[in-house]
Design a protein around this ligand. Sequence first.
Ligand code: B4P
Length: 192
Amino acid sequence: MRLVLLGAPGSGKGTQAARLKEYLQIPHISTGDLLRGEVAAGTKLGLEAKEVMARGELVSDDILLGMLEDRLSREDVANGFILDGYPRNLVQAAALDQLLTRIGQPMDYAVQLEVPFDLLVERIAGRAAAEGRSDDNPESVRKRLDVYSNQTAPVIDFYRQQAQLNVVDGVGELDEVFDRIIAAIKPDSDVG
Ligand code: B4P
């Protein structure tokens, strides 16, 4: 199964993708994690991305596409994957569409986790206190939410027009949200 998880920062994409990975036994590909890996390793790409991420802005489309092409060329994606954090704008959505067509692995589902704005801010503040991620400071969070409204929200319409969009309520206990996602992608599943 090939699945893309959409949602604002703090909507629970990374959290739920980690669970879906175990349940579906397919890799979780988080572009945020890939970028943080490059930053931690001090690569040229990581050095370029570090400041952009800390400001809450989007890293360049070219860098992201190169990184994604590289990741999707690995053998472990043969049975599918969960994509988390990509696409984040319409250019990336079109690039992903082309890439998946080229490698003969079209997307099966797009799942949007819907969470009210106030709760997003609250969750990220919680993570900031717990983990101290450099882009979870109030100024970057404001920027990330702006970027989401202006650049990423149109991607939702892109998948809606392709009749691939499943909107899932992202408010509730982790298990509840997980069960809703499973119900959306596997209507006959006995989970939940
Ligand atoms: P990401 O790593 O994708 O960060 P994110 O949007 O904040 O989501 P994340 O998955 O981490 O958080 P989640 O909602 O699970 O991106 C970071 C940066 O990388 C971007 O700003 C950008 O600079 C760059 N980047 C990444 N992809 C890019 C791309 N394609 N193009 C350009 N740049 C890119 O969880 C948040 C918190 O909520 C957690 O603490 C969690 O515990 C909590 N939570 C989750 N579900 C909950 C629930 N049901 N109830 C209560 N709390 C919950």
